[in-house]
Design a protein around this ligand. Structure first.
Ligand code: NAD
Length: 310
């Protein structure tokens, strides 16, 4: 396993990170025992970065991850989030953030998290995030409840707007860099480099679009993006390549990204994703994929408050 520094933090994270939202049945129902076995195997194989949120499965993912990490907590870099607690439930107030971490720590069965992230900040008010939420998170950091703090979201402009007004250690963006889209590179990557902010790239499979199973029903992408994704999956299949592995490998090749977070809840997916560490993508196939995706390349969907959208 390769490890990279997470920005200017003292943390070194595995290039392949464990996204724990599927543990909360965020995509479909999963077997808790299998999820736990996947977490154990991931730790054994050197994956040390685990990302979760109270939102995933409405606390279920945190509970299951906490259980799975019993006895293994010291081997991992544990990241959770605050501010999002349901599909339409956001509360970035200091009171909720302060109460939220205590609830998360109880579910995760630990005294501290390594990284606490304000979750999906484009659903909040920029001023509140900058002047209230992040200062509250800093206080939690001073109390030793979180070693570092960060922000996550879909709107790249909003993430940079916030990070240029308040210090953050990390930025997590999702569905903005994978074979379907690469607009993270235009501004967020140079911004993160300039400020030495740890960059976390989530959803290398475009939240399930680049899988044989296809996207879950709740996926926010327009139909033409889902269709293009399925054409990519078919093209890979014709070439004897697994689209999910290709997509993950594509993301792992990004040198500015500290860790690529893929959602997992089974040993089968974990094993396949670990194999991607040793693969090389064919430039010819990648260029065919680029042509397939071209009509929807960099197509984004609305997320968050209108004033915060891209
Ligand atoms: P993803 O692109 O990683 O896709 C996950 C889906 O693909 C799941 O259904 C999973 O079962 C399936 N899968 C995983 N490996 C596979 C394989 N080898 N073959 C076939 N299917 C496979 O999307 P994601 O889970 O949304 O993103 C990864 C993680 O990043 C999340 O779990 C979460 O931790 C984090 N994330 C954070 C935010 C945020 O903070 N706003 C947003 C999105 C994702």
């Amino acid at each position: 396993m390769e490890y990279r520094p997470l920005g200017k933090t003292s943390l070194r994270v595995s290039v392949l990170g464990f996204g724990a939202s599927p543990l909360g049945d965020a995509f479909h129902q999963t077997d808790p025992a299998e999820g736990m076995a996947a977490v154990h195997l991931a730790v054994d194989k050197g994956i040390n970065f685990f990302d979760v949120s109270p939102y995933y499965g409405l606390t279920l993912a945190e509970t299951r991850l906490g259980q799975a990490l019993l006895g293994r907590r010291q081997q991992v870099v544990l990241a959770t989030k605050c501010g999002r607690y349901g599909v339409d439930q956001f509360d970035f107030s200091p009171a909720r953030i302060t109460a939220g971490i205590e609830e998360s720590l109880t579910r995760l069965r630990t005294d501290y998290v390594d990284l606490l992230q304000a979750h999906d900040v484009e659903f909040g008010d920029v001023r509140q995030i900058v002047e209230e939420t992040l200062p509250a998170m800093l206080r939690l950091q001073q109390q030793g409840k979180a070693r570092y703090i960060g922000i996550t979201g879909y709107s790249l402009r909003n993430l940079m707007q916030i990070a240029s007004q308040a210090p953050v250690d990390t930025i997590l963006s999702y569905c903005r860099y994978n074979p379907m889209i690469a607009d993270m590179d235009a501004e967020l990557v140079p911004f993160a480099r300039q400020h030495n902010i740890g960059l976390i790239n989530a959803s290398p499979l475009h939240m399930g679009i680049l899988t044989e199973r296809g996207a879950p029903q709740w996926h926010p992408a327009p139909q033409e993006v889902r269709d293009a994704g399925q054409r990519v999956v078919a093209l890979c299949r014709q070439n004897g390549v697994d689209a999910s592995q290709l997509a993950l490998r594509f993301c792992l090749d990004h040198r500015d990204v500290a860790t690529t977070l893929v959602g997992m809840s089974s040993r089968e997916h974990l094993e396949r994703n670990l194999k991607a560490l040793d693969l090389r993508n064919s430039p010819q196939l990648l260029s065919e994929i680029q042509k397939t995706v071209a009509p929807v390349a960099n197509l984004v969907w609305p997320s968050g408050r209108p004033e915060n959208r891209d």
